[in-house]
Design a protein around this ligand. Sequence first.
Ligand code: COA
Length: 390
Amino acid sequence: MSDMNETLTNPEHMGQTGLRGAVVGDTRLSSIDGEKGELIYRGIDIHDLARSSTFEEVAYLLWFGALPSKAHLDEFHANLGRHRSMPPELLATLRTLPKKAVPMDALRTAVSALGLLDPNVNDMSEAAHIEKATRLTALVPGILAAYHRISEGLEPIASDPALDTAANFLYMFTGKAPDAKAARVLDVSLILHADHGMNASTFAAIVTASTLSDMYSSVTSAIGALKGPLHGGANEGVIHNLLEIGSIENVDAWVEKKLVAKEKIMGFGHAVYKAYDPRATELKAIAKEVGAAAGTTKWVEMTERMEQAVWKGKQLYPNVDLYSASVYYTLGIPTAYFTPVFAISRVAGWTAHVIEQYADNKLLRPRANYVGPRGVKYVPLGERTADVKL
Ligand code: COA
């Protein structure tokens, strides 16, 4: 503990820490035990939630700190359904975006635009926070489905309020009544991705919220952070790697080459887990089931082989993104939508953290360790014949 404090308080070390181990505040939402490979949402083990709960129940749990009664869950579901209607101005905005944009960029722009369309954007009451969290969680799947269809030259589809978040997303995305098994697989994946302590995108969200900026701005910041390949973007990287490798016989040599070249292999390693990521345990089992049901076990078999080869070469555990990749691929979700699917779920966690931040706010304002020169004389422009490098 004293070593960690030393690292965090000694300016000599600040630039090297990546804020690992730094505590930004208290939370009652989720906690990771990186040594044991445990994740809890409001005290409940992630394995129990994945096996028995639903994404909508988890969103309720995160926002309200309670497992809802049947009546309250039904009411919550109906409320999410009502908030799914897309404002016409937002749909019009989506139609103006470049058709070949990265969907995460389209989502970031759409969520930002949604803030412009909310007359209560700056209402800081608790009721308004819940209203905005509901609106965002209800609309993110529809925004992605609509953008996907527009970019394919198809008409967006209105939501079906009877369906839950996962099933409705598949319906709006594909235009077909969703297969119940596929919808449940996606629902479990949404449960597993809903919250994860002080991850980079959640941190981005609460930094923005801590300035008392609005919730849409906070979620826009978070989407920008999630997009990166070291965070949510890793699941897309995994499938690109599997496609590049091509077949199971090539896995070992490919992994060895990457490790020798000291290149990062997507879907492995974690800033907090030093054990098996419990979300990966669930997703690995799901990936096997989904592959078997679809009659295409190739991707999950290659992924397992990759897991063995990475363990042999570098003793790195898989993270959540390793097996979610083959699950989504087998479900037929286009690769560019893997990270957006992560966002469909994590928006519940981001908004929960933003609400928690507003409730006990302190501006988040760390320091940087200045390592540049000091006492440099200013050279007036007229006396410079070239750039004066500092
Ligand atoms: N592939 C290959 N080597 C990896 C690796 C990976 N995915 N993740 C970590 N390592 C190696 C590092 O190169 C380093 O090796 P070294 O000590 O020989 O230099 C060591 O493991 C420690 O890595 P480091 O980057 O310091 O760990 P971190 O805790 O800062 O990084 C991640 C965490 C997530 C950024 C990192 O594991 C990573 O980039 N993973 C790939 C991206 C990914 O899957 N992200 C999703 C996270 S849920």
